[in-house]
Write a protein that binds this ligand. Structure first.
Ligand code: PRP
Ligand code: URA
Length: 206
């Protein structure tokens, strides 16, 4: 269920995100751009319905998105940087928040916040978090939205490690993962290699 973006623009943007000389303002712009590409890819199979309209020349029946409720859930804090592109292309999307923070020594994520909108069984939930490293944060977040009734869940990340992909696939084989880059491995501190460092720090200049 892993989909890796395959587009020259995506490769270009990810390289500039990786570059340690990229400053936060540019980093935020690049984050917007890559997330927009990911959002388009993650919504490729949205259901359509036919709508009768009139063009200026004649009647026409054309496909429009049908009304499947969409929910985007950023994992705080870095995931917040990925929300705006979803709001821009899906104006009716609801937003929920899950706060998870990795312990610096153990890399185990602690849940410190959760505020979710109502999730119907037919809603589509898009969890957004730029880094999928050990997968601990993603697995916890999926458990949380599943407990709220979500069945169709996709995970949208910018850079993923094989270890994180395996953890999600093992725990939730039906969750689709959309990522812009599948990297080599984790280092001893559970950072992704080659990666781009701490996404939240680079996004917010901390
Ligand atoms: C980062 C990232 C993910 C998590 C990934 O967040 O945004 O949430 O690490 O690592 P994992 O797959 O090993 O769980 P971090 O905990 O650094 O918090 P932050 O977004 O507040 O910086
Ligand atoms: N979180 C990050 O921000 N970067 C990593 O490489 C791993 C987890």
């Amino acid at each position: 269920m892993l989909h890796v973006l395959n587009h020259p623009l995506a490769s270009h943007v990810v390289t500039h995100l990786r570059d340690k000389t990229t400053r936060p303002a540019t980093f935020r712009t690049l984050c917007y751009q890559i997330t927009l590409l990911l959002a388009i890819e993650a919504s490729r199979d949205l259901p359509l319905e036919n709508k009768p309209i009139e063009t200026p020349l004649e009647p026409f029946v054309g496909p429009v998105l049908s009304h499947q409720p969409l929910v985007v859930v950023p994992i705080l804090r870095a995931g917040v940087g990925m929300v705006q592109p979803f709001l821009d292309i899906f104006p009716d999307i609801s937003v929920g928040y899950i706060g998870l923070e990795r312990d610096h020594a153990t890399a185990v994520a602690r849940n410190y916040y959760c505020k979710l909108p109502p999730i119907a069984s037919h809603s589509r939930v898009l969890l957004v978090d730029p880094m999928l490293a050990t997968g601990g944060s993603a697995v916890q977040a999926i458990q949380i939205v599943r407990a709220q009734g979500a069945s169709a869940v996709s995970l949208v990340s910018i850079v993923s490690a094989p270890e994180g992909v395996a953890a999600v696939e093992q725990n939730f084989p039906d969750v689709r993962i959309f990522t812009a880059a599948l990297d080599r491995q984790l280092n001893a501190q559970k950072y992704i290699l080659p990666g781009l460092g701490d996404f939240g720090d680079r996004l917010y200049g901390t």
